[in-house]
Design a protein around this ligand. Structure first.
Ligand code: M6R
Length: 605
């Protein structure tokens, strides 16, 4: 959600910034802009609605600079348009600024300080650069004006801000609160970005910024100060990830590449977490802290929430600790009565989701211990939780989460096993995680190798339909709602994931001739009941598609799943559902990796 890049000191500012924006494209955006300045009186501001390719087409050969800022915007306040795209400019044309986040008190600030300013956009962001312009006009230095403007933003506001002063264009002013931002340390120049991936072509060394910090960034200087104005010294951390890990590698879309990578991710997780003798590489302090709790709260959003539902089954079965799963945006403002000794698990691919972060901040204030399970080392939720476990899934670029979902479930299984083993729990001791995850990896491989069959099913049932249902019971219901989210977000088919037994209590009224109803059946205890529910919808004209474990399959079932441990069936059952979503989107002619209205990293509440 919104990408932000800046650089100072490199005379290839345009290509560096455009490259950075392209690397952040996957996060989701609807307009883009760039400002560069050559420090000799020439500067250029170019903005457009639409894709970065359109921005590039507007950048003529004469556009050049040694300092610059660029931005991809995901509209929150104001429609997607060139006027609302960043950078925004102060009324006197002196200050240029890009912003990620939300300024919650922008209306009040406008009224109180800027009533006479002619705003050029409908955004909340523009208010910040106009405040800087006003305060500089009143006699403050650029830095003082920047700091004063920031001091007026209310507690609910979130920002990553980059600013250039046209009268003094050798400094990039940087500020951060809640929205992610990193300084990239280079030789003879410096960069700043909302995600390390944007700048891996020029550096692997990054300095994280903390909330409230302000930076003056120059070609040979990184001057950080905290909210009180004290100088901050912080060493860079090294990102070992190869820049090519975020390339498509011959695939037409990242989503298909990432679906195909899942068997390898399962093997990687075995390597990262399981020792040769079957013991697990999980910090004993983490195990002890969780064991000391009387209830686990899993908090997450979207697909990560769905992975949490499966985690609930695993933790209760093996760790024997009561576990609840909550949608972060609900939990933050409608908190249930908490247990006496709660432990929080935040599941988040990006580690930046604002809804989850809001809950983590609240729980930190209450001094409750927490674990973040994330794909992104050094991400905000990782830094702010007591413990972190990494997903080791490699960069997930497609907006639709696939390999992060299965990696989350696998890590939850490893964690549950580790706690159970520590308790000498027989079920946990019998759960051979290396063997079970290897079976899963092999099963996933069989399914992705047969993807042409799923492509045919998508062509037959999903190209034309307006709506669809996924149904399942027990653990298959957990998979059904993730499968439905996948299908709706990339194909725009209105899809509901439903508890199979609940359909007849109302929703069956929506079944029409030809409505696709995809049922997931892996749990023997409820298989017969789900079969009855299939019959009920078939009798009303539905096109029934079955995704069924081998041992429960009937002749005529379209997708048969390899057998795996009963609590790990979501790891294989989701593969055909991901592929159905992918092919439905592709066959309908949509932008599979960047579905409309969606962002990869949702950094606003
Ligand atoms: O980065 P997170 O895992 O915290 O993101 C949570 C959701 O925004 C994310 O899973 C979203 O639902 C995906 N687009 C689903 O494919």
């Amino acid at each position: 959600m919104c990408g932000i890049v800046g650089e100072v000191g490199n005379d290839q500012a345009v290509s560096l910034l455009i490259h950075g924006l392209k690397k952040l494209e996957y996060r989701g955006y609807d307009s883009a802009g760039i400002y560069v300045n050559d420090e000799h009186g020439q500067d250029y501001l170019i903005k457009t609605k639409g894709r970065i390719a359109e921005l590039e087409s507007k950048i003529t050969d004469d556009v050049h600079g040694t300092i610059g800022i660029a931005h991809t915007r995901w509209a929150t306040h104001g429609i997607p348009s060139a006027a609302n795209a960043h950078p925004h400019v102060s009324a006197d044309g002196r200050f240029y600024m890009v912003h990620n986040g939300v300024i919650t008190n922008f209306k009040e600030l406008k009224q109180e300080y800027l009533a006479d300013v002619d705003f050029k956009s409908e955004t909340d962001s523009e208010v910040v650069v106009q405040l800087v312009g006003k305060f500089a006009d009143e006699g403050l230095s650029a830095l003082e004006a920047f700091k004063k403007a920031i001091s007026l933003l209310d507690a609910g506001s979130a920002y990553a801000l980059l600013m250039i002063d046209r009268e003094n264009p050798e400094t990039l002013y940087v500020a951060k609160k809640k929205s992610p931002l990193l300084i990239g340390v280079c030789d003879g120049f410096n960069v700043v970005c909302s995600d390390a991936m944007a700048m891996l072509n020029v550096t692997h060394d990054f300095i994280e910024l903390h909330d409230g910090e302000i930076v003056e960034l120059r070609k040979n200087e990184i001057k950080i100060q905290d909210a009180q104005g004290n100088a901050v010294e912080r060493k860079p951390f090294h990102v070992s990830q190869d820049a090519s890990a975020s390339e498509k590698g011959g695939y037409e879309h990242f989503m298909l590449k990432e679906i195909d990578e899942q068997p390898a991710v399962m093997r990687k997780l075995i390597q990262e977490y399981v020792n040769e003798d079957g013991t697990l590489k999980i910090d004993q302090e983490l195990i002890d802290t969780i064991k000391a709790s009387d209830r686990i709260y899993i908090v997450a959003a979207g697909t990560s929430y769905h992975a949490g539902l499966v985690g609930h089954e695993l933790l209760e079965k093996f760790a024997k600790i009561p576990t609840e799963v909550h949608v972060a945006s609900e939990f933050a403002y409608n908190r249930p009565l908490l247990a006496k000794k709660p432990f929080f698990i935040f599941l988040t691919q990006s580690g930046e989701t604002a809804d989850s972060r809001q809950v983590l901040n609240q729980m930190n204030e209450l001094n409750y211990p927490s674990l973040t399970i994330t794909n992104v080392p050094n991400s905000t939720l990782s830094r702010e939780a007591s413990f972190t476990l990494l997903l080791h899934a490699g960069p997930e670029i497609a907006v639709a989460s696939t390999k992060a979902y299965t990696a989350q479930i696998a890590v939850e299984a490893i964690l549950a096993k580790a706690i159970g083993m520590d308790n000498h729990d027989q079920a946990a001791l019998d759960f051979d995680i290396r063997k079970e995850l290897t079976k899963v990896a092999n099963g996933m491989q069989e399914l992705v190798d047969e993807k042409h069959k799923i492509e045919e099913l998508a062509a037959k049932y999903l190209v034309k339909t307006r709506n669809a249902f996924y149904i399942g019971r027990a653990i298959d219901y957990d998979t059904a709602i993730e499968a439905a989210l996948k299908l709706k977000e990339v194909s725009y088919i209105q899809t509901e994931g439903f508890a199979a037994g609940e359909l007849k209590h109302g929703t069956i009224a929506l079944i029409e001739e030809g409505t696709p109803v995809i049922s997931i059946i892996t749990d023997q205890a409820v298989a017969a009941h789900t079969r009855s529910n299939q019959e009920e919808v078939a009798a009303r004209g539905a096109n029934v598609i079955s995704i069924v474990s081998e041992s429960l399959a009937h002749s005529g079932d379209q997708i048969v799943l390899p057998e795996v441990h009963p609590l790990l069936t979501p790891l294989v059952a989701i593969i055909p559902a991901q592929l159905l979503a992918y092919y439905a989107s592709e066959q309908r002619g949509y932008d599979v990796d960047k579905p409309r209205n969606l962002a990869k990293s949702v950094t606003v509440e």
